[in-house]
Ligand binder design. Sequence first.
Ligand SMILES: Cc1cc2nc3c(=O)[nH]c(=O)nc-3n(C[C@H](O)[C@H](O)[C@H](O)COP(=O)(O)OP(=O)(O)OC[C@H]3O[C@@H](n4cnc5c(N)ncnc54)[C@H](O)[C@@H]3O)c2cc1C
Length: 470
Amino acid sequence: MSRIAIVGGGMAGLSAAWEIQRQGSAEAVVLEASRNFGGKLRTERVSGFLLEEGPDSFLVRKPAAVQLCREIGIGDELVPISANGQGSAIYSGGRLHAIPPGLMLGLPTEIWPFLRSGLLSFGGKARAIGDLLIGPEGAEGDRPLGPFVARRVGRQVLERLVEPLLSGIYAGDVAAMSTEATFPQLLELERRDGSLLKGARRMRRTAPPVKTPREPMFMTLRGGLGRLPEALCAALPAAWLRQESQVAAVHAANDGYLLTLVDGEEIAADAVILALPAPKTALAVQEIAPQTALELFSIPYASLAVASLAFAAEDFSAPLRGSGFLVPRGAGLQITACTYVVNKWPHESEGGVLLRCYVGRANESPLQQGDEELLAAVREDLRRVLGVTAQPRLARVFRWPDAMPQYTVGHLARIARARAGLAKHPRIQLCGSAYDGVGIPDVIRQGREAAQAALSALKEPAREESTRKS
Ligand SMILES: Cc1cc2nc3c(=O)[nH]c(=O)nc-3n(C[C@H](O)[C@H](O)[C@H](O)COP(=O)(O)OP(=O)(O)OC[C@H]3O[C@@H](n4cnc5c(N)ncnc54)[C@H](O)[C@@H]3O)c2cc1C
């Protein structure tokens, strides 16, 4: 039986292993550098609280995560976002503003809630409506998200709505983010409708009808997202899983590959799936595919921190409403967003009122600060926004250096060039958040697709052989 080495035991790598096991025509070994599988998905249980160190939920609209949970037998552990956790706010001008209903891609599709919202000035609203009169730019190809949106609907809609709503997913900087790789629908709206506002309205009108009972937007697992890699590992043969196995390089050998680990061990494989952050993949392939390595080294990453703080209900002068708030760049706070875990996922917050604050984004790394300094800054921001001054019952910081790949202008072309550099090696496949989507469903889908591609490539020589014989 052929053997596929999967390098990286995050969700992309584990999903690739699951697909290989499901297909049953090859065996696999998952080589994970750290002690734990799951990569960014880690959950800690601390006195009545479930602390998510990395992601806290996944989008349901992209089906790969829900489907995987059902396949591995944890479908009954899925938890939809609570009704109390619907609706969010944006911090601007020193206070919170409810996000006006009817937004699509951060753009207003309903005129009255937009005009009534205190989030934008009269001039900002008038400028947004100017989008209906502006002709298309006429440029082809990719361009930075920020200037593209600002040209159409003005800087205020960009800075106070579109930027916090759309760039947060990538911890990105709209001045550099690729529109093609992140929100290509915006380019399509301009092309097709000649206006972002008109296009967003059309998109909303023609969106498929809401399913009944209404499908939740986000889900998590009862025991936290760490359950997903845990259950996935339990569903895979134990002999396929190797922790503390950091791969240094992939070499071509005979008609397969030899992987060198940092401790000098060598592992032979017929195919290789690299499910690693881009710079780590670049290091591994620089000998056999230098062009690919060059392209992957040029993908920048943002560093982040997540601070979880728990308070007592009486520490707040007013009840917290909705799922939390987002903070635009330049609003004068260190935190970029705050999730009211207590509203969104009450089962994770049984010991009190748990808040989860994000710090850092592209070009704004928070990691030069120590934990104490970071927590002090987060507490000061919470005092300003929510008026909470009490000592938290629990305060933890999770640090994520170089965690979020940045899809900057030209990303799709860069990835195409990186893949072209491996064209001679169809049995080496790339997957994970550096390529085609950073969300959990995206990396699961990519892992499974990489497994399918590696399995097809393994069939190729056999096919050539049989053609020769016949
Ligand atoms: C703070 C934070 C919050 C997020 N929130 C959400 C969210 O709410 N919803 C959502 O959908 N997404 C969220 N994301 C994004 C999502 O979690 C990630 O994009 C996704 O988990 C990445 O999966 P991956 O398998 O591609 O990479 P990773 O999880 O990074 O896995 C790569 C693995 O490779 C291993 N490795 C590295 N080098 C080597 C080597 N040389 N040899 C062997 N192994 C190696 C690493 O140890 C790691 O385990 C968040 C990300 C962060 C950082």
